[in-house]
Design a protein around this ligand. Structure first.
Ligand code: IVH
Length: 707
């Protein structure tokens, strides 16, 4: 950092200003690279913003000193589209995490219950290391590698085919051993790209010698190396690949997980030698302990052990809950810990107005990653930990989770207690209120009561709207949102304003292309990206609204259940209006309960939101949700299962109906299309008769859906 920093801009001499602008240009460019290219930022967003603000202030006072490589000219450059996108034929999912032996026992119990297996019926599972790299999907057609895609958001990833071809462990053509000859015409192989400890150390040593960017850990190094525009650089990086899963496969070469991995090996892939198959929880756990004991000597990073149901037919029956399979779980190793000094506590205001205290830490390496911030959650947590500013604290980091403070190690005499603010730090200084739950109990969350007036909440709402899993507008990242929020000529105060930007720019005298940091090209690209998002998937739209408790998974459930924006909007308005039937129907959906229903009711009763929704709906073309298996004989039906079922559990029946494009409801109404009743069915059967709903038994159900 430049020694001049800190001197008021007004007091700078031109020579000092020039030196500081040069230093800032270098420093900001380095942070941009760490953030965008290497996925490894080393400072907080606020610290980064402070650098840019300082740069802008100096440039405002010394306009003649603005450099050609000034960071103020580079808005949008860092978000340039590097790779094309590839839609995954089969989504790439994540795994649920488990942290204790009890979690694993529960996992097995849930599987047994779902499949209605007896307690002593053995269920075989595999156990294998969870590689700490990044997942990659390789598509082979007639045995030839046609493309490679990163996971991305699970639905769509980046096209890294040229780079993947440089990895020695990835065959360009599948081997065809006699017993498996020939490979399936379509075969998507999935696995993990990673870097060994030795290659990581060598790469960083070279970078240090050359004065170029080093990486924080092998995972970041693997990600950064795979995502190089120049595949020749990827080739030099010595990446490795383990195959452990698959996507679309035209003819399955085996019926078990172990058989498939054996087949992958036969086709020429590296598979992990530490994979084994067990019939009992004890077997899995002892394998976990063995792998944990050998962890340090493996030569590559792993962060847990993955258990998978071996029989693929059982996997199919178990299916998925939102983004993770029911048939697999990641048993994570315990978190890594370190000790450092708590230097300050800042308050952040989130999208819903929640005030979160954030600990600013003296930088410390925890398990290979430099940690500078930790969450303190809320006022209660600060009190529970008894932590003061200046204390030496124990921190832990587990996987991708935000680091946490575990406790105080030492407290010097001059440590300062933190007083939680009673006013929002925003310019309105709105009073902070403690949340009260439905049952009247005071919660732990403090919220700014400013809602639509609080600038922090409005900016956070916009950030959420353009975020990767919502509208994902290329060139409109966090920083650009802040720019437009504060721009007097083309203000973006609400998500709907994004879609009027181009028209307002055309009508405005002060054109965006003439502003600092924009050029004609980047403006054209931005408007193009916004135009492209006028067509939006229903689940992204629902998620983008930022309704509390409606995360991505819930948005997807709602989108699938209602199918169209019109149907969802109608239902939401009815729920807001207190319509009991509409609420009951929404309540019957998987993973939707009172918290979500209340949040939807509140959202759709609020005039600001109704206006926003109205403006968005007229500006956008909201795509109907993909109805799974639309050609199935029960697609689009609302079905109720009742009474004792013999071949499947109630949960499995519901999941099966949803897979076939039907909606599984919990109660019978005149909108129910079909009731599947087993022995002992009571009031629901009576309701079905009352409303004239068709009733069938379990055997007929299987006949209809084709076995
Ligand atoms: S199985 C349906 N097996 O963990 C899930 N994943 O949290 C298919 N990973 O995105 C994944 N080692 O990148 C599986 N042996 C392993 C793995 C593994 C690492 C990663 C993978 C995935 C993430 C899920």
């Amino acid at each position: 950092m430049s020694g001049l920093r800190g001197k008021p801009v007004d007091a700078l001499y031109a020579s000092e200003a020039a030196a500081e602008l040069a230093a800032l240009a270098d420093e900001i460019a380095a942070h941009d690279k760490r953030y965008h290219r290497d996925d490894a930022p080393t400072i907080s967003d606020a610290e980064y913003d402070a650098l840019r603000i300082r740069n802008a202030a100096i440039e405002a006072r010394f306009p003649d000193l603005v450099r050609a490589d000034s960071p103020s000219r580079a808005v949008g450059a860092e978000v340039s589209e590097k790779f094309g996108k590839i839609r995954h034929a089969v989504p790439m999912l994540s795994l649920d995490n488990a942290f204790s032996e009890e979690d694993i026992a529960d996992f097995i119990t849930r599987i047994r219950r779902f499949l209605r297996l007896h307690d002593d019926t053995p269920v075989a599972l595999t156990a294998e290391p969870k590689i700490d790299g990044l997942s990659l999907s390789l598509r082979y057609e007639n045995g030839v590698l046609v493309h490679a895609a990163t996971r991305g958001d699970g639905q769509e990833g980046e096209d890294v085919t040229a780079n993947a071809r440089t990895i020695a462990d990835i065959p360009h053509r599948l081997a065809a051993p006699d017993l498996l000859d020939p490979p399936p015409p379509v075969f998507e192989v999935r696995g993990e790209v990673y870097m060994s400890h030795a290659d990581f150390a060598a790469l960083n040593a070279r970078a240090l010698a050359d004065g170029t960017q080093t990486y924080a850990n092998p995972r970041n190094a693997a990600a950064g190396s795979l995502r190089q525009l120049d595949a020749a650089i990827t080739r030099e990086r010595a990446l490795k690949f383990y195959a452990y899963a698959w996507g679309e496969v035209s003819d399955m070469p085996a019926g078990t997980q172990t058989g498939m991995v054996e087949a992958l090996k036969g086709f020429g892939f590296k598979t992990n030698d530490l994979m084994a198959r067990f019939d009992s929880v004890e077997g899995l756990l002892s394998h976990y302990r063995m792998i944990e004991a050998r962890r340090a000597a493996l030569g590559y990073d792993i962060d847990g052990v993955v258990y998978k149901v071996d029989d693929l037919e059982l996997q199919r029956r178990l299916g998925f809950v939102s983004r993770s399979p029911r048939w697999a779980v990641a048993h994570k190793f315990p978190a890594e810990k370190a000790v450092t000094v708590l230097e300050a506590i800042d308050i952040q205001v989130g999208r819903t107005g929640a005030l979160t205290p954030v600990a600013r830490l003296r930088p410390v390496t925890v398990g290979g990653v430099v940690v500078t911030n930790a969450t303190l959650h809320n006022a209660e947590e600060i009190e529970r930990l008894g932590v003061k500013i200046g204390d030496t604290v124990r921190v832990q980091r587990a996987g991708d989770v935000i680091p946490q403070i575990l406790g105080v190690e030492a407290s010097p005499a001059d440590a300062v207690a933190f007083t939680f603010p009673h006013l929002c730090p925003c310019e309105l200084k709105t009073p902070v209120v403690r949340e009260v739950t439905a049952s009247g109990v005071e919660g732990v969350v403090s919220r700014c009561s400013g809602e639509f007036a609080c600038p922090y909440q409005r900016i956070e709402h916009l950030r959420h709207f353009v975020s990767r899993r919502a509208f994902d507008i290329e060139g409109l990242g966090e920083k650009q949102i802040e720019f437009f929020f504060n721009d007097p000529d083309l203000p973006v105060k609400s998500p709907a304003d994004i879609f009027t930007l181009a028209a307002r720019d055309a009508a405005s005298l002060k054109k965006l292309k003439d502003k600092d940091g924009f050029g004609a090209l980047s403006v054209a690209k931005l408007f193009e990206a916004i135009e492209a998002r006028r067509m939006i998937a229903l689940d992204r739209m629902i998620y983008g609204l930022g309704i509390r408790h409606v995360g991505e998974a819930t948005a997807r459930v709602l989108a699938r259940a209602y199918g169209s924006w019109g149907a969802f909007h109608d239902a939401a308005l009815k729920v807001a209006g207190g319509d009991v039937t509409a609420r009951g129907e929404m309540d019957a959906l998987e993973d939707i309960g009172d918290a979500v229903l209340d949040a939807i009711a509140r959202y759709f009763s609020e005039p600001h939101n109704l206006e926003l929704v109205e403006r968005l709906a007229s500006a956008l073309s909201i795509q109907d949700a993909e109805r799974p298996a639309a050609e199935s004989p029960v697609a689009g039906m609302t079905i109720v299962f009742t009474g004792a079922l013999e071949r499947m559990s109630r949960d499995e029946a519901k999941a099966m109906a949803e897979r076939l494009g039907a909606k599984a409801a919990g109660s019978v109404s005149k909108k129910t299309d079909l009731v599947v009743a087993g022995p002992g069915a009571g009031s629901k059967l009576a309701d079905a008769r009352k409303f004239g709903v068709e009733v069938i038994d379990e055997a007929e159900w299987f006949r209809r859906i084709g076995g």
